[in-house]
Design a protein around this ligand. Sequence first.
Ligand SMILES: O=C(O)[C@H](O)CO
Length: 405
Amino acid sequence: MSLSVSPDVLLDLYRAAVAAVGGRESVRAVLRADESNEPVSVIAIGKAASAMLAGAQDALGPRLRQALLITKHKHADKHSQRDARVTVIEAGHPWPDQTSLVAGQRLLAFLRGLSRPPLFLLSGGASSLVEVPVSGVGLAQLRALNTYLLSSGFDIRSINRVRQAVSQIKGGRLTHFLPPGRTQALLISDVPGDDPAIIGSGLLAAPLQGAMPSLPPELAAVCAHPAAPADPERLAAVDLRLVATNAYALDAIEARAARLGLPVRRHRRFVADEAVAGARIIANQLLAEPGYVHLWGGEPVVRLPAEPGRGGRMQSLALSAAQYLHGHAQAYLLAAGTDGTDGPGDAAGALVDNGTWERATTAGMMPAEALRRADAGTALAASGDLIRTGPTGTNVMDLMIGYCA
Ligand SMILES: O=C(O)[C@H](O)CO
């Protein structure tokens, strides 16, 4: 078999993956299979809420009676805004703001107006976008808590464990406000392991168990306000279904590669390392087995200095991997998020090759220094290797696709 794997082929595989887990397509595919004629009310919450709601609008047509859309500032699309049946609220992310509390009240009011349960469309970001704090906790405390959590280095499970402790709706407590009957929820997962109790802090799932991570005393005191426990019977009346995950995106790449006749090595270990360490592992695996398209899924982390530069975890990982590709005749690595935004800046990630390190250096950058300052985006802009997609309408964490001849 004669192979021709160019950077364009890797971009094509990445695009196929993002399309396969698109919020609109994923929701539409599931709802089209539903043959009922009943009218449906929809509540879509999360960074992918607009796209998910568009999928419901496509599939349900006139059956969609009314919808509440809660998404990040500037994330509501025209499709939703022009539909008179849709109430749009844009709220704060990654830190909750006043609009997140307004969204919480509108959510409860919307539910009070229903005689039967709505269809929920949930995606990552919901934790910050909507909140009804327990009594005694206000916006200032909520923001202080989230500011601490987001820079704590805790994993998302621990972060959302704390968020659940100060909420009247998270950790399954939103079920207390549902009308009677079975509730359906479709979810896009942006968390390792795809646990619905973690996605968006589990508005409709059983609460996270286990010890809380340790917090500074003033924040531990915020979490000591009592919250009503979730009712197991109400939780049991919710059907949660994942419609898009990181694994689905990797499946789509495998399927597309097979159609193109490309042999694939799919690495099953979820890449959650610190980005620079992860880059070394990935580059070693790639270079050890030439002639294959290598695939990894994950969500590495970047330790941020006091004043970080441009670019997120995927750009750090890509730039760091570029130093290992240097000197190889033909070697590429595409590392990109699936939501279109990889940290500060407008890039989704980067596609590096054996010349990236040198191009960045020739352009006057010091790539190693850029990595230390969490400024990979500036070096990759100079080497001409950034990928820009704009908002994609989904988020299933990160994809890494590599090839070396
Ligand atoms: O909203 C959240 O909690 C995160 O995006 C994980 O889903």
